[in-house]
Design a protein around this ligand. Structure first.
Ligand code: 0WK
Ligand code: 0WK
Ligand code: BGC
Ligand code: BGC
Length: 970
């Protein structure tokens, strides 16, 4: 027993000595955590450099975009071919991914040798060889008659421009085929396969093996977002935020980045940790100066590193008593599998002896211990370096997600990682030590990267198929210049139609005279009440106009028009309006005020004079009964009357109940004459204000003008810019007015001067003249609207409907399984749920995809990144068409004005208002670009109305009031 202990002590002592000896000799290869943390930081800096547009060209870690934007979502299915080239073995596979609810993948594969003369010969022969192997695989499995998509795992650095195209940056590992660098390897393979006439294969995806590995593992564990290969070569990929990838358009979602970390240090960043052995190995490699990080880590080099160290130690007499063998001098004689064998727990030492003997050496026990420890140091350094770089990636993921703690999975593959007995444990341990705030699950890829490549191909073919279907839908909203010119010319025809007496009745664009003859001239003055009904908000305004200095002061209050009022009876609607007026006057302390009133009524009214207007038909969200065909000014007057009658009744009661209150009430009461009672009026002795002895009405409003919101907007802007003679509303509804030559307005007497025409272009197309650009979605929106068959143009251009068009498209795309995994949520079925404001939000450039998803979540739509990208595209297509159609209509107006005045060049200002124009991030720009393009001889300035049409209505009222005065004086 004592002998055994002595032996054990002696052996442990020997071991310690050898280990110390080797530790001293390989001091530089033992990296402290401090150094690893420093390497981690260096690698983080390298990643930043690689991702930056300006710094990428000089970066050694190239951070290559892979165009893989999503991990498998379980809906992948179908048969795929897959090639796995670049690792230690070349494989051809057939992968069957079946859905049927459960995810399972059938794979059948065949390895093919990769002779040196092929991998170091000429590139064309290499791809011909690969194509021959593929052909052999397909013929032996009777697949030649099938059109199968193929995923090409090509484990070398490629700069990809899209998923199915990649240019080889440089060969690594054992490959050095000529004439391939900087060529598209997909194209090379495709042209090689063309030589096999019976093969019909579509290469849909080029995938790096790290990406394939990540995807393979993500199929089982969706939280896998990193792929690491530690095999012949070494490399890693991970899912990066698009907003950090300068080299690829778009900020939405994530894309997998192939770091190509093997080249870390090629710019000298690791010279302080590289040893003489690393430099010697590099000089003897196929690509000196390249892949320096890989050469300190991966399986192709680890054995060689050990050999060079053993050779040096032998040379300096630290091993084998200085004896050397020709095998020890021979490059590649020690392979990584030998290193792995020597580090096996139990039989490691025995393996070491056997391997050294096979190398023609006669090692002592201490030699074996020392050699084993050399292997440990070399492989430990390899694991440490990998861990440092991987820790940098994990830190970046945690920071990208702005999480204090990251939970993620790393997909692993590679012979070194798989066969080396200690490697995985060492790597995991160091990673967890370097990034304690990351919970990392390491998942070994059981079936190599090709399953992942098939997933990428499956996703690619699904995305490709979906893309085709989605593009088909979006194409319906892409209007060509010819189509837009067609709309412009048809609008022009309709404008003429509406102006002409004999065609007016049939015209869809009604071209309604407004009896507004001119712009304010600055002499307007006074206090006016204005109502602004028909837009998003109902506003009551008090407008004070001071003449001369063109200064207008406004006080307003916004009131809601409840749906039941909008769609109730006309009486209720106008009573509600009058109630709001009362609240406003009360709020302004103007009870009993006598004020001229301008009524902005944003609906089509046929006017016979400035203060009479018969409602042609409700539009937008209004549908109050007993109004269409009625004079809405009379309806307002009647409502005021109803109010005052109600009010005077109350007063009589009050007077009866509290006679002592009379003085207080005197100047707040209406004049008897208004109630039709012929009682005398005199100034109130108490407050010297014009009032009456017996006030029987709440307020005394003189409705002087009814104005369309386009006209009010034109006036408001015309007050600032005399060039403004067109008013445009792009809001809940859509409409335009403009100053027309009286001679062209056949419905109104007189040929002198001009009058403002309210075009009511919203009805353009109600006669079917633009059905050629009308989509099924437009028809669905129209059928679901309050006024189906009416306001065709408005329903394609205004805020009330754009959201609905988007909703219809999303339903259709979801029904086709192209969105939201085919699940149509209850919310999505709800009319009006997708408000147009969401379009503006979703299309805002500032909004990251995450926020788009949040909006969709609010709508009860659980979306993926891709879903959100498609939703954004749909919103963009719908709003773009709307802006272009508006632009085409406006081009018709300004062109008409230019030609009517026989001008070569026409300069004009358009006053604009409406939430769509104001809030949508792109609408106004696209509209203006379209006008410029379709009316090049017109210089059109768009002037946003800051104050709304209420001011304009007050100005019109002031003008009308002045003309009334002058009329009376005449
Ligand atoms: C197996 C994968 C293959 C990858 C290889 C790397 O299917 O794509 O290239 O692992 O490990 P190696 O074979 O180089 O050790
Ligand atoms: C503000 C104007 C109002 C007009 C509205 C249109 O003051 O007269 O109806 O713009 O925009 P919307 O509110 O419908 O977006
Ligand atoms: C290549 C990488 C590959 C890695 C692992 C490296 O030499 O440059 O593209 O992922 O080996 O196979
Ligand atoms: C109405 C127009 C109005 C436009 C903008 C349309 O629905 O018919 O009168 O100008 O909306 O508010």
């Amino acid at each position: 027993m004592f002998a055994v202990h002595l032996m054990a002590f002696y052996f442990t002592k020997l071991k310690e000595d050898q280990i110390k000896k080797v530790d001293r000799f390989l001091y530089h290869m033992r990296l402290s955590d401090e150094t690893l943390v420093d390497i981690m930081a260096r690698f983080q800096a390298e990643m930043e450099k690689g991702l930056g547009k300006d710094t990428n060209p000089t970066a050694s870690v190239k951070m290559l975009p892979t165009f893989v934007r999503a991990i498998p979502d379980g809906s992948e299915n179908g048969g795929f071919l897959s090639l796995d080239l670049g690792g230690s073995k070349f494989r051809v596979l057939k992968v069957q991914v079946s859905e049927e609810g459960k995810q399972n993948v059938q794979m059948e594969s065949q390895f093919y040798p990769m002779p040196n003369e092929i991998i170091r010969g000429n590139g064309t022969e290499l791809f011909d060889y690969v194509a021959d192997c593929l052909a052999d695989f397909m013929r032996t499995r009777d697949l030649t008659h099938k059109k199968l998509p193929l995923g090409f795992t090509f484990s070398f650095p490629c700069r990809q421009t899209k998923l199915e195209e990649g240019f080889l940056l440089s060969w690594t590992k054992k490959f050095k085929a000529r004439g391939v660098q900087d060529t598209d390897v997909v194209g090379r393979l495709a042209s090689a396969m063309k030589k096999h006439k019976d093969l019909d294969v579509d290469i849909l995806a080029l995938v790096n093996d790290t990406v394939g590995t990540m995807m393979t593992c993500a199929y089982d564990d969706p939280s896998c977002e990193v792929g690491v290969i530690i095999g012949t070569g070494t490399n890693a990929c991970y899912m990066e935020d698009m907003s950090n990838i300068d080299l690829v358009e778009g900020d939405e979602g994530r894309m997998c980045i192939n770091t190509e970390w093997g080249a870390f240090g090629d710019d000298g960043a690791l010279e302080d940790i590289r040893t003489e052995f690393d430099r010697e190995l590099d000089l003897g490699s196929l690509n000196p100066g390249k892949q320096l990080f890989e050469k300190m880590i991966s399986g192709l080099y680890m054995g060689e590193l050990v050999r060079l160290i053993l050779l040096k130690m032998a040379k300096v007499g630290l091993l084998f008593g200085g004896a050397k063998s020709s095998a020890l001098h021979t490059k590649g004689k020690i392979e990584t599998q030998h290193v792995a064998a020597m580090e096996k727990y139990k039989e490691g030492l025995a393996n070491t002896r056997e391997i050294l003997v096979n190398l023609g050496l006669d090692p002592s026990e201490s030699d074996c211990i020392a050699v084993q420890h050399v292997c440990t140091i070399v492989s430990f350094r390899s694991a440490n370096l990998c861990a440092a770089a991987l820790a940098a990636i994990l830190t970046r993921l945690r920071e990208n997600k702005k999480q204090a703690r990251l939970r993620t999975t790393v997909g692993m593959d590679g012979t070194l990682y798989k066969i080396h007995p200690q490697y995985p444990k060492r790597l995991h341990k160091v990673v967890r030590r370097l990034v304690p705030n990351c919970d990392v699950r390491f998942l070994l890829s059981e079936s190599g990267s090709t399953k992942g490549a098939a997933m990428v191909t499956a996703v690619a073919s699904r995305v490709q198929a979906q893309r085709k279907q989605i593009d088909k839908v979006l194409a319906l909203f892409h209007l060509t210049r010819e189509q837009l010119m067609g709309v412009r010319d048809k609008m022009r025809t309709e404008l003429e139609y509406g102006l002409k007496k004999k065609t007016q009745a049939l015209a869809t664009v009604k071209m309604l005279p407004t009896y507004v003859y001119g712009m304010p001239d600055g002499t307007e003055k006074g206090k006016f009440l204005a109502l602004d009904l028909g837009g998003t908000n109902f506003r009551v305004l008090l407008v004070k106009i001071r003449s001369g200095r063109r200064s207008v002061r406004m006080y307003n209050k916004i009131f809601a028009i409840p749906l039941e009022i909008m769609q109730g009876t006309g009486e209720e609607l106008f009573d509600h309006i009058v109630q709001c007026i009362a609240d406003f006057l009360d709020y302004m302390g103007l009870k009993g005020a006598q004020l001229p009133l301008g009524f902005t009524f944003s609906f089509p009214c046929r006017q016979t004079c400035i203060d009479k207007g018969t409602l042609v038909g409700w539009t937008k969200g209004f549908k109050a009964t007993d109004c269409e065909g009625e004079d809405v000014v009379d309806m307002l007057r009647d409502a005021i009357k109803r109010r005052n009658v109600g009010y005077s009744g109350e007063c009589m009661v009050d007077l009866a109940l509290f006679p002592w209150a009379l003085p207080l009430l005197c100047h707040t009461m209406p004049r008897p004459c208004d109630t039709g009672l012929s009682l005398p009026c005199a100034p109130c002795t108490l407050c010297f204000q014009g009032s009456c002895l017996l006030p029987l009405q709440e307020f005394d409003l003189d409705i002087v003008a009814i104005v369309n919101d386009t006209v009010g907007t034109m006036m408001t802007c015309g007050y600032e810019d005399p060039n403004c003679e067109i008013g445009l509303i792009a809001g809940t509804g859509s409409n335009v007015c403009y100053m027309e030559e009286m001679r062209n307005i056949e419905l109104v007497e007189g040929d002198e001067g001009r009058m403002c025409i309210n075009t009511e272009w919203g009805a353009f197309g109600d006669n079917g003249c633009i059905d050629d650009i009308c989509t099924q979605y437009d028809k669905e929106v129209d059928e679901g609207s309050l006024n189906s068959g009416k306001q065709r143009y408005e329903k394609m251009t205004s805020g009330m409907y754009l959201g609905e068009i988007v909703r219809q498209i999303l339903i259709d795309l979801t029904r086709q399984g192209l969105l939201f995994r085919g699940q149509i949520s209850e919310r999505l079925r709800t009319r009006g749920i997708f408000e147009t404001k969401f379009l503006s939000q979703i299309e805002s450039d500032r909004l990251a995809l995450l926020q788009v998803r949040r909006i969709l979540q609010q709508l009860g739509l659980d979306s993926t990144c891709e879903d959100s990208i498609v939703v954004k595209e749909v919103c963009g297509a719908v709003s773009r068409r709307a802006a272009q159609l508006c632009g085409a209509g406006m081009a018709a107006i300004v062109e008409k004005r230019r030609e009517d005045q026989g001008l070569e060049h026409f300069k004009v200002t358009v006053g604009v208002d409406g939430t769509l124009y104001k809030l949508h991030p792109h609408f106004s720009r696209i509209l203006q670009e379209t006008v410029k393009d379709l009316a090049p001889q017109c210089d059109v300035t768009f002037m946003l109305s800051e104050d709304g049409s209420g001011k304009g209505a007050a100005l019109i009222t002031a003008v009308a009031k002045r003309l009334q005065q002058q009329g009376k004086e005449k």
